[in-house]
Design a protein around this ligand. Structure first.
Ligand code: NDP
Length: 292
């Protein structure tokens, strides 16, 4: 089985980005600048945002972290968004989800200017993506597309089954893989919690993408031998043997699939690092002033 090593691939792409930033600097151009807004104290979000900021530093981008406590009001978050929308030095920004319960995520998302929406979550970018127009593509699905492309995994004419239909992962993943292009041109089935007989679908999949959020739910009997498996899930499972009290695992039961699949992403070190790299690539595009 081939391990689809997202960590190593992300490092390669970051090195390419770093060289491009060096060229920009030498030419006296604008250094890409990403801002991240973190509201509240969700421990997983803290880790994700820290990774994003550190990755910016690694490739030579400028980064700004705006942190606010859990008591921050929706209006205060919207004010930060408006300020970032209007700041000519900030090329793109993200508002890390989830937001505290009293803040409506849709309202905040709708306030982000599409030209600065490097997460690719706003209606304009999702619409442009769906129409095949230049757009900032959502980071996780686009990271998976990059991984499929760089590993030379053929998608044309393949049966792809995506598990999970969230706006940030499953749904855009199904759109990107069913569009014309390479990667793309796949026949895509999108499964969710109301799908009947999910196994009948997953067992047909040449490429299976799991984005559900249930630890190790995808076991060997759900998978066709020889399939390529992409595990998006990042789940914390209690583990008293670890000093931090938990371990991370995906939506896929890695050990049971390992003997039968042809290629698979590990967790951690698979899709996660590719998500961060996508965000960096979108920020570079934003700094060049184009949606593409
Ligand atoms: P959501 O909770 O938003 O969506 C989960 C989806 O799974 C929903 O569509 C839901 O269906 C479906 N689902 C839930 N239970 C079942 C079931 N028993 N059978 C079939 N489908 C089911 O999750 P996200 O998309 O935001 O995230 C999914 C996972 O990916 C999480 O573990 C998250 O931590 C991880 N993640 C990882 C990222 C990375 O960079 N690697 C980035 C983003 C997320 P329904 O719509 O019917 O409720």
């Amino acid at each position: 089985m081939q391990v689809l090593d997202g960590k190593a691939l992300a490092e390669t792409i970051k090195e390419e980005l770093r060289q491009e930033v060096d060229q920009i600097r030498l030419a006296g151009g604008k250094i890409p600048h990403l801002a991240a807004v973190l509201v509240g104290a969700d421990p997983a979000s803290e880790v994700y945002v820290r990774n994003k900021v550190q990755s910016c530093e690694q490739v030579g981008f400028q980064s700004t972290l705006i942190r606010r406590g859990s008591e921050t009001t929706q209006e205060e978050v919207l004010e930060i968004v408006r300020r970032l929308n209007d700041d000519p030095d900030v090329d793109g920004f993200i508002v890390q989800l989830p937001l505290p319960k009293h803040i409506d995520e849709d309202t905040v998302n709708l306030a982000i200017r599409p030209e600065k929406d490097v997460d690719g979550f706003t209606p304009v970018n999702i619409g442009r993506m769906t129409l095949g127009l230049p757009a900032y593509l959502p980071a996780t699905p686009n990271g998976i597309m990059t991984m499929l492309e760089r590993y030379g995994i053929e998608t044309e004419g393949k049966e792809v089954v995506v598990l999970g239909r969230s706006n940030i992962v499953g749904t855009p993943m199904s759109i990107l893989l069913s569009r014309k292009g390479n990667p793309g041109n796949a026949t895509v089935t999108l499964c969710h919690s109301r799908t009947q007989d999910m196994a009948a679908h997953t067992r047909r999949a040449d490429i299976l993408i799991a984005a559900i959020g249930i630890p190790e739910m995808v076991t060997a009997e759900l998978v066709k031998p020889g399939a390529v498996v992409i595990d998006v899930g990042i789940n914390r499972v209690e583990d008293a043997s670890r000093s931090r009290g938990f371990r991370l695992c995906g939506d896929v039961d890695y050990a049971s699939l390992e003997p039968i699949v042809s290629a698979m992403t590990p967790v951690p070190g698979g899709v996660g690092p590719m998500t961060v790299v996508s965000l960096l690539m979108n920020t570079l595009k934003a700094s060049k002033g184009r949606l593409s």
